[in-house]
Design a protein around this ligand. Structure first.
Ligand code: SF4
Length: 178
């Protein structure tokens, strides 16, 4: 999968280290200059946020990629999805969740002078890439990388094992634990 662009720099929103591995590998294989952005106020607790972040720091080191970290604002995120707590995964709460993270990533890319951004969210078979693209396309510079293509998810599992990464068993918010 290759998206043709003149601009090599790209800011990759990373939801967690395991998902990010295959995405970073694919972007590097396409000669992109990748920086990571950990923006995940959806995560249910600061402890879980810090745990996932520590493994993202590990892969930033492995791939020699820059890393920026967003502030953790879970209370504000809860307000953002209020009324959608009982939605099933892949439902409307997730649409709002993608909207939150991709908006933050678009803002960070603009601040950093990086014209293009993408998200590791599309590597997961539990996530609908089309819905993620709709959220991303609200912002200039979004690149619609569907990282689950070309066995991206399988590759993310291989690399997670290789690098001994923490692989969480729930998506992130407290409503995904049930
Ligand atoms: S299940 Fe995952 S994508 Fe959906 S709202 Fe919760 S954290 Fe966000």
């Amino acid at each position: 999968m290759m998206l043709v662009t003149e601009n090599k720099k790209i800011l990759l929103h990373v939801c967690c280290a395991p998902c990010a591995t295959a995405c970073v590998e694919m972007l590097l294989a396409n000669d992109r200059d990748v920086s990571l952005y950990f923006s995940n106020s959806n995560i249910n607790s600061k402890i879980e946020f810090e745990k996932r972040l520590s493994y993202v720091e590990k892969i930033a080191g492995i791939f020699d990629a820059g890393l920026e970290i967003d502030i953790y604002r879970h209370d504000d995120w809860l307000e953002h999805v209020r009324g959608l707590e009982n939605e099933a995964e892949k439902g409307l709460r997730c649409v709002k969740c993608f909207d939150w993270s991709l908006r933050r990533t678009a803002q960070k890319a603009a601040e950093a002078g990086i014209e293009n951004f993408a998200t590791s969210l599309t590597v997961s078979p539990h996530k609908n890439s089309r819905v993620i693209f709709e959220a991303g396309n609200q912002h200039p510079g979004f690149e619609a990388w569907d990282f689950k293509k070309e066995n991206g998810f399988r590759r993310s599992r291989e690399l997670s094992d290789k690098f001994d990464l923490y692989r969480q068993n729930f998506c992130g918010c407290e409503f995904s634990i049930r």
